[in-house]
Design a protein around this ligand. Structure first.
Ligand code: CA
Ligand code: CA
Length: 274
């Protein structure tokens, strides 16, 4: 058996470079389904993939909604689908709460070991479905990777909407993880969404963390009206990250491949010099 020469190692490095590049190209092609909905652009591959009901299973339920129903990459990841909905060929929303005072809580994520990093600006967008001009009230909490508990719940105004048909509006609420006190580069592993109830109050002027002294309002787009009775059962439809979720920690295997790839490229440089 002959021993490996520098040339052999270069060949291996170059082959692995090719493999690494192929893997990166594959990862890019998996990111092809991009949508601009209600003022936010995201890739369907970055939407949440897992969901479970934490509280209020009795009244919470999936139902059909027209949110991008013809797009399987979106349809199969709508929140109703993640929480048990099985109506073939349709997107499904998930109704939380019921009667202004009953609470439902759901938990969503990107699968075991996956996390979303707090980058500059907004990090994720949540779509809630209803009639034109009629958003409903919900709040969001996040769990930082390695933390033992979730943050406090935050209520924010919706900031855009998308009309699927004349009867169906999807309200977009975009969240910046920095609002929860996270630093840039911090990562979250899951989020929780719950309906507001009539007695909830917020820390800010119409929006903020729950537990304050002010009534939540619908925000300036809706003349800062408070939510009417019957608007405390939001219909959560889709949750997309605005950048790509990552494994945590970065798998050692990928790093080794990249290192070998770099070695292969340095061999290329050496060959050219010869
Ligand atoms: Ca609604
Ligand atoms: Ca951010």
């Amino acid at each position: 058996m002959r021993s490996f020469t520098i040339k052999d190692y270069c060949q291996i490095g170059l082959s692995l470079t090719a493999l690494t590049v192929a893997a990166l190209i594959n990862a890019e092609s998996a990111k092809a389904a991009t949508f601009s909905i209600g003022g936010y652009t995201w890739d369907a591959a970055n939407s949440v993939t897992t969901g479970r009901i934490i509280q209020g299973r009795e009244q919470a339920e999936p139902f059909i909604t027209p949110f991008l129903s013809s797009e399987p990459e979106v349809r199969d990841r709508t929140i109703g689908k993640l929480l048990g909905g099985s109506t073939f060929g349709f997107s499904e929303s998930f109704a939380l709460g019921k009667d202004n005072s009953t609470l439902s809580i759901i938990e969503l994520g990107w699968g075991s070991g996956m996390s979303l990093t707090n980058e500059d600006g907004k990090d994720l967008v949540i779509y809630e479905t209803g009639g034109f001009g009629e958003p409903e009230a919900f709040a969001v909490a996040v769990k930082k990777v390695g933390a033992s508990d979730f943050t406090d719940y935050l209520y924010e105004f919706s900031s855009g909407f998308y009309q699927s048909d004349p009867y169906t509006t999807h309200f977009a609420t975009a969240i910046d993880l920095s609002t929860f006190g996270l630093n840039l580069g911090d990562q979250i592993e899951s989020i929780r969404i719950k309906n507001l109830i009539l007695s909830d109050r917020v820390t800010g002027d119409g929006q903020g963390f729950l537990g304050g002294g002010n009534r939540p309002t619908m925000g300036p787009t809706y003349a800062n009206q408070v939510y009417e009775l019957g608007k405390f059962d939001p219909d959560i439809t889709f949750v997309a990250a605005l950048h790509r979720p990552n494994p945590v920690p970065e798998p050692a295997a990928t790093l080794s491949l990249l290192a070998l790839g770099a070695f292969g490229i340095s061999c290329l440089g050496k060959r050219k010099q010869q």
